[in-house]
Design a protein around this ligand. Structure first.
Ligand code: P6P
Length: 338
């Protein structure tokens, strides 16, 4: 018999912190967790059950969909649509908001998610994840319209991610710190293994896709160049670099040992403002990072303060160890070099 606190126990205790939370929140989070366990099983079996490879369809982002993108999206929908806790759902894989079928009751929360982040890695067996964010519906028990989802990240009730790696982990916050749970497959329960996760204020490890270097804006060019200069440059220390191309894995590494992750604005398509999506990647991850003592900025403003204008809008992302994020943000407000 395990001695650790189970996620179920933890959620019930957490619910006491959330103003106005009733059993609804606990039951909703349990449904999300059931979906995550089901996704973990599908991802873990992989080729054994024929879920590898791509479809000949694209999602709203114009990205080719993996079979698992669609399968995991369906798992999130099917596990969360029926219980009466939600007024609607939104996903990276769906153009429009998902309306709860009329046969089911409506509830007071909104669930926003990226069902399988980093899915381009799934065929090469690199860690992927699920990212989710829970908001309050402006009008409970009424079918939510797209506008109801367009709330700044500071309004999130809960944010979390599942990491399908060497072990399956669930990391979440409800605004009172960050806690990590590891799936014990023998009993089908998540057990508290990483209590009160904190991001070190300083780091010597940066993460960015260096192949885009020629498209970065000047402040990011300057920051990365100084990292590469190491001891011989103005930062007077050597840096290490990582890039997994799976945001969930990058953020988990930063929560575990510090670091800074950047997917900056890119001059190729200024309208895109970067690659990562605000509502179901940047906002939930920023909530988690801030709750663990880190910082998350677009370079120009706190990510959690960004007022959304579209369900699938993108933002530049600079997050992680707060003193390092401050350096990059400082370069964004420094006078342009003559
Ligand atoms: P690139 C995965 O597709 C993702 O959305 C994030 O998980 C990841 O950090 C980023 O894109 C990787 O982007 O351009 O390096 O493939």
């Amino acid at each position: 018999m395990h001695s650790g606190t189970t996620l179920t126990q933890f959620i019930i205790e957490e619910q006491r912190h959330i103003a106005g939370a009733t059993g609804d929140f606990t039951a909703l989070l349990n449904d999300v967790v059931t979906a995550i366990k089901t996704i973990s099983n599908a991802v873990n079996k992989g080729a054994l059950i024929g879920v590898m490879g791509s479809l000949d369809t694209e999602n709203v982002q114009g990205e080719t969909q993996k079979k698992l993108d669609v399968i995991t999206n369906d798992i999130m929908i099917r596990n969360n649509e029926w219980a009466g806790h939600l007024a609607g759902m939104a996903s990276e894989e769906m153009d429009n908001v998902y309306s709860i079928p009329t046969k089911y009751p409506l509830g007071k929360y909104l669930l926003v998610f990226d069902p399988l982040d980093g899915s381009s890695n799934v065929d090469i067996n690199i860690s992927v994840g699920t990212i989710f964010s829970i908001l309050r519906a402006p009008v409970p028990n009424r079918a939510a319209a797209k506008e109801d989802f367009l709330q700044p990240g500071v309004k999130q009730v809960c944010a979390g991610y599942a990491l399908y790696g060497s072990s399956t982990m669930l990391v979440l916050t409800t605004g009172h710190g960050v806690n990590g749970f590891t799936l014990d497959r023998d009993i089908g329960e998540f057990i508290l293994t990483h209590e009160d996760m904190r991001i070190p204020a300083d780091t010597k490890e940066f993460a960015i896709n260096a192949s885009n270097q020629r498209f970065w804006e000047a402040p990011v060019q300057r920051y990365v160049a100084e990292c590469l200069e190491g001891k011989t440059g103005p930062r007077e220390r050597d840096f290490n670099m990582r890039w997994i191309a799976s945001m969930v894995a990058e953020v988990h590494r930063i929560l575990t040992r510090g670091g800074i992750f950047m997917y900056p604005r890119d001059t190729r398509d200024p309208s895109k403002a970067g690659k990562l999506r605000l509502m179901y990647e940047a906002n939930p991850m920023s909530f988690i990072v801030e709750q663990a003592g880190g910082k998350a900025s677009t370079g120009y403003e706190r990510i959690l303060d960004v007022e959304p204008t579209d369900l699938h809008q993108r933002v530049p992302v600079i997050l992680g160890s707060k003193n390092e994020v401050d350096v990059v943000v400082g370069y964004h407000s420094a006078p342009k070099a003559e």
